[in-house]
Design a protein around this ligand. Structure first.
Ligand SMILES: [Zn+2]
Length: 128
């Protein structure tokens, strides 16, 4: 039987999510400043191009990953506000406190998440 989260869990998870939210915002600001900075100062030496592009690509990937995570964290905070936090998006069963302490922004219970991950890939997903 999956354990529902208590008020205390909810308060703890909310704090975790808020901290994560702040950290992600800081990260994103920094990464965006870096991206703007490198656009303002284009490197014109051919020898540097390869490394610079690789670095920018890595930064862009981090930026996208942070943005996706931020989106999940904001959604979780909204669910906390709305009082729907901790219920699986698909089956409405409690997600379980252990899973939530591990992944405070989880949308689904383990069973539904597994089903979701094994579902046919979405159109915008690139093949591995
Ligand atoms: Zn579920």
């Amino acid at each position: 039987m999956t354990k529902r989260i208590t008020r205390k869990d909810e308060a703890e998870l909310k704090r975790t999510l808020q901290l994560l939210h702040g950290r992600l915002l800081d990260d994103l600001t920094e990464l965006e400043e870096d991206a703007v900075g490198s656009a303002d100062h284009p490197v014109d030496t051919k020898s540097n191009e390869g490394t610079l592009e690789a670095a920018q690509e890595a930064e862009l990937e981090m930026l996208e990953e942070d943005e996706r995570l931020l989106h999940e964290v904001v959604a979780a905070l909204r669910r906390l506000e709305a009082g729907t936090y901790g219920a699986c998006e698909d089956c409405d069963e409690p997600i379980g406190r252990e899973r939530l302490h591990e992944l405070p922004y989880a949308r689904r219970c383990v069973a539904c998440e597994t089903t979701f991950e094994h579902a046919p890939p979405l159109a915008d997903e690139e093949p591995a």
